[in-house]
Design a binder for this molecule. Structure first.
Ligand SMILES: *[C@@H]1O[C@H](CO)[C@@H](O)[C@H](O)[C@H]1NC(C)=O
Ligand SMILES: *[C@@H]1O[C@H](CO)[C@@H](O)[C@H](O)[C@H]1NC(C)=O
Ligand SMILES: *[C@@H]1O[C@H](CO)[C@@H](O)[C@H](O)[C@H]1NC(C)=O
Ligand SMILES: *[C@@H]1O[C@H](CO)[C@@H](O)[C@H](O)[C@H]1NC(C)=O
Ligand SMILES: *[C@@H]1O[C@H](CO)[C@@H](O)[C@H](O)[C@H]1NC(C)=O
Length: 292
C-alpha cells in the first residue's frame, strides 16, 4: 500500500519536478532516512546524479546529491526546485562542482584569470570561486532594469583598493553598475551606478576579512540599498526615478574593474541577479536559507 502511494507520488513528482532546471540548495532537515522500503530513482539533472526522496509528507520536490552508488547524507542539504520566473531570478551562478554555469539564462562565466575553485561556506570542495588578483567574465547582456537585486556570499581576503565584486559596464564610467568590496574610504564596501552622473552608497563599516557574509545590492524606485547578512546597512535616495541605464553591457566582470584598479582578492558563491527589488524579508530569508 505504502509502495503504491509512493509510485503515485513519484509520478506526480516527475511531472511537477522535471519541467525546470532551477534547483536551489536548502538546509532542510531530512525527515526520514532512506530505507529499502522507500522508492528511489536515479536521474541525471544538471549533469548531476540525484536521488529522489519520497514526497508523501512534503508536497515539494526534494532530492539529494549522491555519487554513483549510494545516497549519502553527510550534509543535511537537499535541493529544492524553484521557479525562476515567479521570483524574478534572471541569473544564478551557484558555483558547484567546479562549474560556473548560469542556471537561468545560460550566461556561463568564462575567461578567468587567477581564479580557482575553493571550498564553499559548508566545506564542499570546488564549490566557490576564489579570486587572487583575479577575475572572471560574464557574457554581454542586459542585466539591470529599473529595479534589481544582486545577492551573493562573499569572503573578503585582503583590502585591495577599489577591488570590485563586479563591474558591469561599457567602459570607464559608461553605464556601469559596480560593487567595490574595499574603497578608498576606510576600506568600506560601496555600490555605484553610473549613468549621466554617478550614484553611490557606502557601508558604515568595512567587511571583516576571512569571514563569509551575505551581501545584497538593491535598486528600487531610485533608492539604493546595501544589505549585510539580511539587514540593511546603507541606503540612499538618488532622487531619480530611472537612475540606471537599461542597455546591453559588454564589459561584465567579477573581480575586475573597468577602471585601472587591481583585480580582486576574495571568495564568492551563490551569485543571484533578480530583475526586481526583493523585500527586506525576502533578503533575510535568502540569508537564513543560505545559512547553516
Ligand atoms: C559514495 O558515497 C559513499 C558514502 O558516503 C562512500 O562510502 C563511497 O566511497 C562513495 N563512492 C564514491 C565512488 O565516491
Ligand atoms: C576536499 O579536498 C581536500 C583536499 O584536496 C580533501 O582532503 C578532502 O577529502 C576533500 N573533501 C571532500 C568532501 O571531498
Ligand atoms: C595574477 O596573479 C599574479 C600573481 O599573484 C599577479 O602577478 C598577476 O598580476 C595577476 N594577473 C592579473 C591579470 O591581475
Ligand atoms: C554574517 O553571518 C555569518 C554567518 O553566516 C557570520 O559568520 C558573520 O560574522 C556575519 N557577519 C556580519 C557582518 O554580520
Ligand atoms: C539613465 O539612462 C537612461 C538611458 O538608458 C535615461 O533614459 C535616463 O534618463 C538616465 N537617467 C538618469 C538619471 O540620468
Amino acid at each position: 500500500m505504502k509502495y503504491s502511494k509512493n509510485i503515485f507520488c513519484l509520478v506526480i513528482f516527475l511531472r511537477t519536478c522535471l519541467g525546470s532546471n532551477i534547483f536551489e540548495r536548502r538546509n532542510v532537515q531530512i525527515k526520514q532516512p532512506f530505507t529499502e522500503n522507500i522508492l528511489l530513482r536515479k536521474l541525471k539533472i544538471l549533469n548531476r546524479l540525484i536521488c529522489f526522496t519520497q514526497c508523501i509528507e512534503c508536497n515539494q520536490c526534494h532530492y539529494v546529491l549522491f555519487n554513483s552508488s549510494i545516497c549519502h547524507f553527510s550534509s543535511s542539504f537537499i535541493f529544492e526546485k524553484i521557479n525562476s520566473k515567479k521570483i524574478n531570478l534572471i541569473n544564478y551562478w551557484p558555483i558547484e562542482n567546479g562549474e560556473t554555469k548560469d542556471l537561468v539564462a545560460s550566461k556561463d562565466l568564462y575567461e578567468s584569470v587567477n581564479v580557482t575553485f575553493t571550498q564553499d561556506r559548508f566545506g564542499n570542495n570546488n564549490s566557490a570561486l576564489s579570486f587572487h588578483y583575479g577575475y572572471i567574465r560574464a557574457p554581454k547582456g542586459i542585466y539591470f532594469q529599473n529595479e534589481f537585486t544582486v545577492l551573493a556570499w562573499i569572503k573578503l581576503k585582503e583590502y585591495v583598493l577599489w577591488q570590485k565584486f563586479f563591474d558591469f559596464g561599457n567602459g570607464k564610467a559608461i553605464s556601469n553598475v559596480v560593487v567595490s568590496l574595499s574603497n578608498d574610504y576606510s576600506n568600506r564596501n560601496s555600490f555605484h551606478i553610473f549613468n549621466l552622473t554617478e550614484y553611490r552608497i557606502s557601508t558604515i563599516n568595512e567587511l571583516v576579512l576571512d569571514e563569509w557574509v551575505h551581501l545584497g545590492f538593491v535598486l528600487e524606485n531610485g533608492k539604493m540599498s546595501i544589505f549585510k547578512n539580511g539587514s540593511r546597512d546603507a541606503f540612499i535616495d538618488t532622487g531619480e526615478q530611472y537612475p540606471v541605464d537599461i542597455v546591453d553591457r559588454e564589459h561584465c566582470y567579477f573581480g575586475k574593474s573597468n577602471w585601472d584598479n587591481s583585480n580582486a582578492v576574495f571568495d564568492c558563491d551563490d551569485i543571484k541577479f533578480f530583475d526586481r527589488a526583493l523585500t527586506e524579508t525576502e533578503i533575510q530569508n535568502e540569508n537564513i536559507y543560505g545559512n547553516h
